[in-house]
Write a protein that binds this ligand. Sequence first.
Ligand code: UD1
Ligand code: CA
Length: 511
Amino acid sequence: MNDAAEPPVVAAIVLAAGEGTRMKSATPKVLHELCGRSMLGHVIAALRAANPEQLVVVTGQGRDQVEDYLKRLDPDAVAVFQPSQDGTGHAVRLALQALDGAAGQPIEGTVLVAPGDTPLLSVETMRTLAAHRAKTKVAAVVLTAMVPSPAGYGRIVRDESGNLARIVEHADATEAERAITEINSSVYAFDAAKLRHALAELTPHNAQSEEYLPDVVRILVKGGDPVGTVVIDDWREIAGVNDRVQLAQARAHLRDRLVTNSMRDGVTVIDPATTWIDVDVVLEPDAVVLPNTMLLGRTTIASTARIGPNCSLLDTVVGVGAVVRDATCEGAWIGPQATVGPYTYLRPGTRLLRGAKAGGFVEMKNAVVGEDSKVPHLSYVGDATIGERSNIGAATIFANYDGEEKHATVVGDDVRIGSDTVLVAPVTVGDGAYTAAGSVITDDVPPGALGVARGRQHNSFGWVEEKRPGSASARSAARSATPVTASGADLSSGATTDDNGSPDEPQGDDS
Ligand code: UD1
Ligand code: CA
């Protein structure tokens, strides 16, 4: 649409100096977020789509926070400070003066203006608006919409022929004007020279004693310059956000838009109403998202992966065919066919290679789990490298922290770590090695060895009979099918029972 034949968009101006009192927040209004991006970030993204040569953000209240944010978000954008909020017209005049000053001459071409509190403005709409001005060559084009409840907005007043005559602010409007349901979005495309002349004629003689940018329309029309409109179909796209109720409504609408786009791109979303997808998330076709799932930041989900229910994934990569349920993952890399959950916490630096498993009540951090290795139950794995096809028994702890520093653990291929093992880092368990259940492993276990590190069991025979005579336990012991005497003789089989777990006992659980 914005092809080479069209005059360039010389500048885009975002109005973001207002206080946003109704947010009741220490954070400037335009920095409040929806779907992984601030309101200001959404507006800038829409304006950038029209390829403006310069992008100016007018700052005022919360200036430092907004300018810091802008430097990170869009270093090419220029902040122009409006010391007192004397109105949207005043703000645009300051921006235009700054642009003219930087260019060393009055700029020429299309100037786009948008408020910083209209986060749902789409890329397509901005392009349409710029193209409409380029095609019609009118002095200005105003983006408008029919809204169900227009209170608070500036109303679009048209003449008998239906042409735009002026915009009247709600505070200045008559009863008849307030009945008008077509409203000003506060998004405009201007001819720079016409805008400059009209801004010079603004006065603050109105209900709010401000210089209203919408008054530019009346000034242009009076001077014989027709002003066009682009009427948008879905008014919600230009809904202004002034408080947290409107912010939640805007967020829900953006959620619907993002989830709908994903479904159109081939993603199965079981419950759109409880699925939240940030703007930078990528989902491949045939991914499946189950209810109550948040995909945040730069998360990417490959084809045929199943995520949810009840997942929160931030900056996480999920491979083809992986299954992730009831999990919180941050900065994790979940390989193809890997499985995660339920009730699993994967922290930054976790890498599950192909077919690996992080099961129920497992937490991992800075850990590589090799192909087809499994950590099925109730474990903490931190600062670790695990080879291929190894099994980490239930309730194993990688003790990586000595109270001062973190240390690494290395587990080789085809290892069997017994249940309830503590691996005290730094320590290495070689390829094909075992550890006995309940061991506290402080020394390396060589390849193929069994590491046993626990006290031997001792049974005090007849202890209950002697120390708890007459108790329920004593009575049960007396009734036992295999009564054992104080000397340890098993009266039913003749075997003794003071053997300590020999290595052929079950070690862990690889289910
Ligand atoms: C404005 C429009 C109104 C339109 C509505 C759409 C004016 C006078 N009115 O009303 O016609 O229907 O938006 O949402 O323009 N700002 C500055 N400097 C100022 C004043 C405001 O930068 O001196 C910024 C604000 O931060 C905000 C934007 O301009 O991002 C709009 O200001 P706001 O006070 O929200 O205007 P509305 O009353 O919503
Ligand atoms: Ca507003």
